[in-house]
Write a protein that binds this ligand. Structure first.
Ligand code: MG
Length: 169
């Protein structure tokens, strides 16, 4: 049961994504959460570093879709310079938006990954949709109040996940 909450991998930040490994694993589609995965929830636009990284990912042929539970205004503004597929009010952890993202990118469960900072939305939702998930450390300690509540439980899940991962290595 708790395995449903475990990510496939856990890395410090999106910039630690290993492009050659993604290619080796035949990954074609990348689903990114926005808030605290790419920028703090109260930052409107992506940094130059993110814009350049997304361009690099695109140049390698990856399709990208932002999947956010945040509002249409937030997601459209954030996507102005990234120009990737984007879904707002995604209702994660429901799997509906992940399926929609794959349809937009023309990818499937086997060649798509979800990258996000939250166990109970990104990881659980991705797992339910049958997609590999990569958990990242939140870019900021600032959280919306609803997220703040979940962080304590999240830390417990991450601790158990890391203990099991160590055993497997
Ligand atoms: Mg997030």
């Amino acid at each position: 049961m708790i395995r449903q909450l475990f990510p496939t991998d856990y890395i410090p930040s999106i910039f630690d994504l290993n492009i050659s490994e993604l290619k080796r694993n035949n990954i074609k589609g990348l689903i990114f959460d926005i808030d605290n995965t790419l920028v703090p929830f109260d930052v409107t636009h992506p940094s130059e570093k993110i814009i350049n990284f997304f361009e690099e990912l695109k140049s390698h042929g990856f399709k990208i879709c932002l999947v956010s539970n945040n509002t249409e205004e937030r997601v459209i503004k954030f996507n102005e310079r990234l120009k990737v597929f984007a879904i707002h009010k995604a209702s994660k952890p429901r799997s509906r938006s992940f399926k929609k993202a794959m349809a937009l990118m023309q990818t499937d469960q086997n060649n798509t990954i979800v990258i996000g900072d939250q166990i109970f939305t990104d990881v659980w939702g991705g797992n339910k949709a049958g997609i590999k998930t990569i958990l990242v450390v939140p870019v900021s300690e600032r959280d919306e109040w609803i997220t703040k509540i979940k962080r304590g439980l999240e830390r417990t899940v991450i601790r158990i996940y890391e203990r099991q991962r160590k055993k497997l290595k």
